[in-house]
Design a protein around this ligand. Sequence first.
Ligand code: ZN
Length: 374
Amino acid sequence: MAGFSFEVEARDGRARAGRLVTPHGEVATPAFMPVGTSGAVKAVLHRDLREIGARILLANAYHLMLRPGDAVVAALGGLHAFSGWDGPFLTDSGGYQVFSLAALRKLDEEGVRFQSHLDGSSHLLSPERSMEVQQHLGADIVMAFDECPPGDAPRAVVAEATSRTARWARRSREAHRRPDQWLFGIVQGGVHLDLRETSARDLVEIGFPGYALGGLSVGEPKPGRDRVLEHLDTILPAEKPRYLMGVGTPEDLIDGVARGIDMFDCVLPTRNARNGQLFTSRGRLSIRNARHREDPRPPDPSCACLTCRTASRAYLRHLHQANEMTAATLMTIHNLSFYLDTMEAMRQSIRLCRFEEWRGTTLRRLAAAEQDGS
Ligand SMILES: [Zn+2]
Protein backbone atom coordinates (compact mmCIF):
# COMPACT_ATOMS: atom_id res chain seq x y z
CA MET A 1 0.00 0.00 0.00
CA ALA A 2 1.31 3.41 -0.96
CA GLY A 3 3.05 5.32 1.78
CA PHE A 4 3.40 2.34 4.13
CA SER A 5 6.17 -0.11 4.86
CA PHE A 6 7.68 -2.04 7.74
CA GLU A 7 11.14 -3.48 7.83
CA VAL A 8 12.99 -5.38 10.55
CA GLU A 9 16.52 -3.98 10.32
CA ALA A 10 18.25 -5.82 13.15
CA ARG A 11 17.59 -8.79 15.41
CA ASP A 12 19.09 -9.98 18.65
CA GLY A 13 17.50 -13.19 19.86
CA ARG A 14 13.77 -12.61 19.44
CA ALA A 15 14.15 -8.83 19.87
CA ARG A 16 13.73 -6.76 16.71
CA ALA A 17 14.67 -3.20 15.73
CA GLY A 18 12.93 -1.85 12.68
CA ARG A 19 11.32 0.99 10.82
CA LEU A 20 7.63 1.66 10.27
CA VAL A 21 6.85 4.12 7.49
CA THR A 22 3.43 5.84 7.38
CA PRO A 23 2.03 8.66 5.23
CA HIS A 24 2.67 11.03 8.17
CA GLY A 25 6.23 9.99 8.92
CA GLU A 26 8.55 7.24 10.07
CA VAL A 27 8.61 5.47 13.41
CA ALA A 28 11.66 3.60 14.65
CA THR A 29 10.69 0.37 16.42
CA PRO A 30 10.40 -0.93 19.08
CA ALA A 31 8.16 2.09 19.67
CA PHE A 32 6.09 3.42 22.55
CA MET A 33 2.93 5.37 21.65
CA PRO A 34 1.80 7.96 24.22
CA VAL A 35 -1.96 7.79 24.79
CA GLY A 36 -3.94 10.82 23.60
CA THR A 37 -7.43 9.53 24.41
CA SER A 38 -9.41 12.48 23.06
CA GLY A 39 -6.81 13.73 20.60
CA ALA A 40 -4.38 15.19 23.13
CA VAL A 41 -1.91 13.62 25.56
CA LYS A 42 -3.13 14.91 28.93
CA ALA A 43 -1.17 17.88 30.35
CA VAL A 44 1.38 18.26 27.51
CA LEU A 45 1.56 20.08 24.19
CA HIS A 46 2.35 18.41 20.86
CA ARG A 47 5.49 20.56 20.86
CA ASP A 48 6.64 18.89 24.10
CA LEU A 49 5.91 15.45 22.65
CA ARG A 50 7.99 16.13 19.54
CA GLU A 51 10.84 17.46 21.64
CA ILE A 52 11.01 14.35 23.82
CA GLY A 53 10.98 12.08 20.78
CA ALA A 54 7.37 10.87 20.52
CA ARG A 55 6.75 9.84 16.92
CA ILE A 56 3.28 8.29 16.95
CA LEU A 57 0.25 8.95 19.16
CA LEU A 58 -2.69 6.76 20.04
CA ALA A 59 -6.24 8.14 20.12
CA ASN A 60 -9.44 6.37 21.16
CA ALA A 61 -12.20 5.84 18.59
CA TYR A 62 -14.70 5.22 21.40
CA HIS A 63 -14.10 8.58 23.09
CA LEU A 64 -13.94 10.61 19.88
CA MET A 65 -17.11 9.07 18.40
CA LEU A 66 -19.00 10.13 21.54
CA ARG A 67 -17.34 13.55 21.83
CA PRO A 68 -17.04 15.62 19.65
CA GLY A 69 -18.36 12.96 17.22
CA ASP A 70 -16.45 11.30 14.38
CA ALA A 71 -18.42 13.21 11.73
CA VAL A 72 -17.39 16.50 13.35
CA VAL A 73 -13.72 15.47 13.27
CA ALA A 74 -14.10 14.37 9.62
CA ALA A 75 -15.70 17.71 8.68
CA LEU A 76 -12.71 19.49 10.23
CA GLY A 77 -10.26 17.53 8.10
CA GLY A 78 -9.67 14.44 10.27
CA LEU A 79 -7.65 13.89 13.41
CA HIS A 80 -4.37 15.32 12.04
CA ALA A 81 -5.87 18.64 10.94
CA PHE A 82 -8.26 18.81 13.92
CA SER A 83 -5.58 18.21 16.56
CA GLY A 84 -2.59 19.80 14.86
CA TRP A 85 -0.44 16.66 15.37
CA ASP A 86 1.05 16.10 11.93
CA GLY A 87 2.89 12.87 12.79
CA PRO A 88 1.39 9.38 12.64
CA PHE A 89 -1.72 8.49 14.64
CA LEU A 90 -3.09 5.10 15.60
CA THR A 91 -6.71 4.69 16.70
CA ASP A 92 -8.03 1.72 18.59
CA SER A 93 -11.35 0.25 17.50
CA GLY A 94 -13.42 1.06 20.56
CA GLY A 95 -13.69 -2.63 21.45
CA TYR A 96 -11.70 -2.42 24.67
CA GLN A 97 -13.41 0.79 25.88
CA VAL A 98 -16.93 -0.38 25.15
CA PHE A 99 -16.27 -3.44 27.33
CA SER A 100 -14.56 -1.50 30.11
CA LEU A 101 -16.38 1.86 30.23
CA ALA A 102 -19.86 1.73 28.72
CA ALA A 103 -22.99 0.94 30.69
CA LEU A 104 -25.84 -1.43 29.81
CA ARG A 105 -24.00 -3.30 27.11
CA LYS A 106 -25.85 -5.77 24.96
CA LEU A 107 -23.59 -7.94 22.90
CA ASP A 108 -24.70 -10.01 19.94
CA GLU A 109 -23.24 -11.11 16.64
CA GLU A 110 -23.95 -7.74 15.02
CA GLY A 111 -21.99 -5.76 17.61
CA VAL A 112 -22.39 -4.07 20.99
CA ARG A 113 -25.27 -1.78 21.90
CA PHE A 114 -24.38 0.45 24.81
CA GLN A 115 -25.09 3.67 26.60
CA SER A 116 -22.48 6.42 26.55
CA HIS A 117 -20.59 6.84 29.82
CA LEU A 118 -20.92 10.61 29.21
CA ASP A 119 -24.65 11.22 28.78
CA GLY A 120 -26.40 7.86 28.64
CA SER A 121 -27.21 8.15 24.91
CA SER A 122 -27.60 4.86 22.99
CA HIS A 123 -25.06 3.69 20.43
CA LEU A 124 -24.10 0.64 18.42
CA LEU A 125 -20.49 -0.31 17.85
CA SER A 126 -20.04 -3.02 15.25
CA PRO A 127 -17.17 -3.87 12.93
CA GLU A 128 -18.80 -1.71 10.24
CA ARG A 129 -19.47 1.24 12.55
CA SER A 130 -15.96 1.04 14.05
CA MET A 131 -14.47 1.16 10.55
CA GLU A 132 -16.70 4.12 9.68
CA VAL A 133 -15.59 5.96 12.84
CA GLN A 134 -11.91 5.22 12.26
CA GLN A 135 -12.10 6.19 8.58
CA HIS A 136 -13.73 9.47 9.64
CA LEU A 137 -10.93 10.07 12.15
CA GLY A 138 -8.30 9.25 9.53
CA ALA A 139 -5.48 7.82 11.66
CA ASP A 140 -2.60 6.17 9.80
CA ILE A 141 -3.10 2.85 11.59
CA VAL A 142 -6.55 1.60 12.58
CA MET A 143 -7.63 -1.50 14.48
CA ALA A 144 -10.16 -4.23 13.74
CA PHE A 145 -13.18 -4.34 16.07
CA ASP A 146 -12.71 -7.08 18.65
CA GLU A 147 -14.36 -8.55 21.71
CA CYS A 148 -12.14 -8.24 24.76
CA PRO A 149 -13.33 -10.44 27.66
CA PRO A 150 -12.12 -9.74 31.22
CA GLY A 151 -8.86 -11.37 32.35
CA ASP A 152 -10.67 -13.71 34.76
CA ALA A 153 -13.31 -14.87 32.25
CA PRO A 154 -13.90 -18.63 32.09
CA ARG A 155 -12.35 -20.48 29.17
CA ALA A 156 -15.71 -20.99 27.41
CA VAL A 157 -16.34 -17.23 27.41
CA VAL A 158 -12.84 -16.52 26.09
CA ALA A 159 -13.28 -19.19 23.38
CA GLU A 160 -16.55 -17.64 22.18
CA ALA A 161 -15.04 -14.13 22.21
CA THR A 162 -12.05 -15.40 20.26
CA SER A 163 -14.11 -16.91 17.46
CA ARG A 164 -16.35 -13.84 17.34
CA THR A 165 -13.23 -11.65 17.13
CA ALA A 166 -12.17 -13.59 14.01
CA ARG A 167 -15.60 -13.12 12.38
CA TRP A 168 -15.54 -9.43 13.31
CA ALA A 169 -12.00 -9.11 11.93
CA ARG A 170 -13.23 -10.38 8.56
CA ARG A 171 -16.15 -7.91 8.61
CA SER A 172 -13.76 -5.10 9.64
CA ARG A 173 -11.51 -5.98 6.73
CA GLU A 174 -14.45 -5.94 4.29
CA ALA A 175 -15.78 -2.61 5.62
CA HIS A 176 -12.41 -0.87 5.53
CA ARG A 177 -11.89 1.20 2.37
CA ARG A 178 -9.29 3.93 2.92
CA PRO A 179 -6.07 3.18 1.04
CA ASP A 180 -4.15 5.68 3.22
CA GLN A 181 -4.69 3.60 6.37
CA TRP A 182 -3.21 0.33 7.56
CA LEU A 183 -5.76 -1.94 9.30
CA PHE A 184 -4.30 -4.27 11.96
CA GLY A 185 -6.01 -7.43 13.22
CA ILE A 186 -6.24 -8.14 16.97
CA VAL A 187 -5.35 -11.57 18.37
CA GLN A 188 -7.46 -12.60 21.39
CA GLY A 189 -7.60 -15.86 23.37
CA GLY A 190 -6.69 -14.89 26.93
CA VAL A 191 -3.85 -16.95 28.41
CA HIS A 192 -4.91 -20.12 26.55
CA LEU A 193 -2.19 -20.99 24.08
CA ASP A 194 -4.45 -23.07 21.83
CA LEU A 195 -7.05 -20.28 21.59
CA ARG A 196 -4.31 -17.72 20.92
CA GLU A 197 -2.90 -19.93 18.18
CA THR A 198 -6.32 -20.40 16.54
CA SER A 199 -6.96 -16.66 16.75
CA ALA A 200 -3.59 -15.80 15.21
CA ARG A 201 -4.00 -18.35 12.40
CA ASP A 202 -7.53 -17.08 11.61
CA LEU A 203 -6.24 -13.50 11.35
CA VAL A 204 -3.20 -14.44 9.28
CA GLU A 205 -5.52 -16.26 6.90
CA ILE A 206 -7.62 -13.09 6.47
CA GLY A 207 -4.35 -11.21 6.03
CA PHE A 208 -3.42 -7.94 7.74
CA PRO A 209 -0.35 -5.71 7.37
CA GLY A 210 0.17 -5.87 11.15
CA TYR A 211 -1.07 -7.80 14.18
CA ALA A 212 -2.01 -6.58 17.64
CA LEU A 213 -2.20 -8.68 20.77
CA GLY A 214 -5.25 -7.73 22.83
CA GLY A 215 -6.42 -8.91 26.23
CA LEU A 216 -2.95 -8.99 27.77
CA SER A 217 -3.31 -5.98 30.03
CA VAL A 218 -6.49 -7.12 31.76
CA GLY A 219 -5.10 -8.54 34.99
CA GLU A 220 -3.80 -11.89 33.72
CA PRO A 221 -0.73 -13.36 35.50
CA LYS A 222 2.54 -12.24 33.92
CA PRO A 223 4.00 -15.72 33.29
CA GLY A 224 0.82 -16.44 31.30
CA ARG A 225 1.42 -13.34 29.18
CA ASP A 226 5.07 -14.25 28.57
CA ARG A 227 4.09 -17.75 27.38
CA VAL A 228 1.50 -16.27 24.99
CA LEU A 229 4.06 -13.86 23.51
CA GLU A 230 6.65 -16.61 23.07
CA HIS A 231 4.11 -18.88 21.38
CA LEU A 232 2.76 -16.18 19.06
CA ASP A 233 6.30 -15.23 18.05
CA THR A 234 6.43 -18.60 16.27
CA ILE A 235 3.08 -18.10 14.49
CA LEU A 236 2.78 -14.44 13.47
CA PRO A 237 4.56 -13.52 10.22
CA ALA A 238 8.09 -12.35 11.07
CA GLU A 239 8.05 -9.51 8.54
CA LYS A 240 4.91 -7.81 9.92
CA PRO A 241 4.74 -5.40 12.88
CA ARG A 242 3.42 -6.72 16.23
CA TYR A 243 1.67 -4.44 18.69
CA LEU A 244 1.09 -5.37 22.37
CA MET A 245 -1.93 -3.32 23.41
CA GLY A 246 -2.17 -1.46 26.73
CA VAL A 247 1.13 -2.73 28.22
CA GLY A 248 2.73 -1.54 30.53
CA THR A 249 5.54 -0.81 33.02
CA PRO A 250 9.13 -0.23 31.82
CA GLU A 251 9.87 -3.85 32.83
CA ASP A 252 6.85 -5.04 30.76
CA LEU A 253 8.11 -3.18 27.66
CA ILE A 254 11.56 -4.72 28.00
CA ASP A 255 10.06 -8.20 28.46
CA GLY A 256 7.76 -7.63 25.45
CA VAL A 257 10.63 -6.56 23.19
CA ALA A 258 12.58 -9.63 24.35
CA ARG A 259 9.69 -11.69 22.93
CA GLY A 260 9.46 -9.99 19.53
CA ILE A 261 7.05 -7.08 20.11
CA ASP A 262 7.50 -3.88 18.05
CA MET A 263 4.85 -1.45 19.34
CA PHE A 264 3.32 -0.56 22.71
CA ASP A 265 0.89 1.91 24.23
CA CYS A 266 -0.06 2.46 27.86
CA VAL A 267 -1.61 5.13 30.08
CA LEU A 268 0.80 4.35 32.95
CA PRO A 269 3.51 7.00 32.33
CA THR A 270 0.95 9.78 31.81
CA ARG A 271 -1.61 8.73 34.45
CA ASN A 272 1.05 8.04 37.06
CA ALA A 273 2.67 11.41 36.37
CA ARG A 274 -0.58 13.14 37.23
CA ASN A 275 -0.68 11.14 40.49
CA GLY A 276 2.88 12.11 41.41
CA GLN A 277 4.44 8.73 40.54
CA LEU A 278 7.68 9.02 38.58
CA PHE A 279 9.49 6.29 36.68
CA THR A 280 13.26 6.69 36.86
CA SER A 281 16.36 4.75 35.86
CA ARG A 282 16.73 3.77 39.52
CA GLY A 283 13.18 2.66 40.22
CA ARG A 284 9.96 4.47 41.04
CA LEU A 285 9.64 7.64 43.02
CA SER A 286 6.55 9.04 44.72
CA ILE A 287 6.85 12.81 44.74
CA ARG A 288 4.32 13.03 47.63
CA ASN A 289 6.82 11.38 49.95
CA ALA A 290 7.82 13.83 52.71
CA ARG A 291 11.51 12.99 52.21
CA HIS A 292 11.46 15.06 48.98
CA ARG A 293 10.36 18.23 50.75
CA GLU A 294 13.82 19.79 50.76
CA ASP A 295 15.50 17.63 48.11
CA PRO A 296 17.28 19.81 45.54
CA ARG A 297 18.04 16.88 43.18
CA PRO A 298 16.21 16.34 39.89
CA PRO A 299 13.79 13.39 39.70
CA ASP A 300 16.33 11.31 37.76
CA PRO A 301 19.97 12.48 37.68
CA SER A 302 20.54 10.28 34.59
CA CYS A 303 17.71 11.96 32.61
CA ALA A 304 18.26 14.96 30.33
CA CYS A 305 14.59 15.94 29.91
CA LEU A 306 13.32 19.49 30.40
CA THR A 307 11.95 18.59 33.85
CA CYS A 308 15.17 17.00 35.10
CA ARG A 309 17.20 19.93 33.71
CA THR A 310 15.08 22.57 35.44
CA ALA A 311 13.05 21.21 38.36
CA SER A 312 14.03 19.77 41.75
CA ARG A 313 12.12 17.07 43.59
CA ALA A 314 11.30 19.69 46.22
CA TYR A 315 9.75 22.00 43.61
CA LEU A 316 7.76 19.20 41.96
CA ARG A 317 6.50 18.02 45.35
CA HIS A 318 5.47 21.56 46.23
CA LEU A 319 3.60 22.03 42.91
CA HIS A 320 1.88 18.68 43.32
CA GLN A 321 0.83 19.45 46.91
CA ALA A 322 -0.44 22.86 45.79
CA ASN A 323 -2.50 21.28 42.98
CA GLU A 324 -0.67 23.33 40.38
CA MET A 325 -1.36 22.07 36.83
CA THR A 326 2.32 22.57 36.01
CA ALA A 327 3.11 19.61 38.28
CA ALA A 328 1.25 17.27 35.90
CA THR A 329 2.93 18.84 32.87
CA LEU A 330 6.47 18.57 34.25
CA MET A 331 6.03 15.04 35.56
CA THR A 332 4.36 13.85 32.34
CA ILE A 333 7.27 15.24 30.34
CA HIS A 334 9.69 13.30 32.54
CA ASN A 335 7.78 10.00 32.56
CA LEU A 336 7.28 10.02 28.78
CA SER A 337 10.94 11.00 28.27
CA PHE A 338 11.98 8.06 30.43
CA TYR A 339 9.78 5.65 28.43
CA LEU A 340 10.92 6.99 25.05
CA ASP A 341 14.60 7.05 26.09
CA THR A 342 14.25 3.46 27.28
CA MET A 343 12.87 2.46 23.85
CA GLU A 344 15.78 4.22 22.15
CA ALA A 345 18.30 2.44 24.41
CA MET A 346 16.64 -0.87 23.53
CA ARG A 347 16.88 -0.12 19.80
CA GLN A 348 20.56 0.69 20.10
CA SER A 349 21.30 -2.42 22.12
CA ILE A 350 19.50 -4.61 19.56
CA ARG A 351 21.48 -3.04 16.71
CA LEU A 352 24.70 -3.72 18.62
CA CYS A 353 23.59 -7.29 19.45
CA ARG A 354 23.85 -6.42 23.12
CA PHE A 355 20.17 -6.55 24.02
CA GLU A 356 20.40 -9.36 26.60
CA GLU A 357 23.31 -7.65 28.33
CA TRP A 358 21.46 -4.31 28.36
CA ARG A 359 18.26 -5.99 29.53
CA GLY A 360 19.96 -7.71 32.47
CA THR A 361 21.68 -4.54 33.65
CA THR A 362 18.58 -2.39 33.23
CA LEU A 363 16.17 -4.79 34.96
CA ARG A 364 18.58 -5.16 37.90
CA ARG A 365 18.88 -1.39 38.22
CA LEU A 366 15.10 -0.89 38.06
CA ALA A 367 14.51 -3.60 40.67
CA ALA A 368 17.42 -2.94 43.02
CA ALA A 369 16.77 0.63 44.00
CA GLU A 370 13.79 2.00 45.80
CA GLN A 371 14.47 5.47 44.50
CA ASP A 372 12.62 7.16 47.36
CA GLY A 373 15.32 6.00 49.72
CA SER A 374 18.28 6.98 47.60
ZN1 ZN B 1 13.61 13.56 33.23
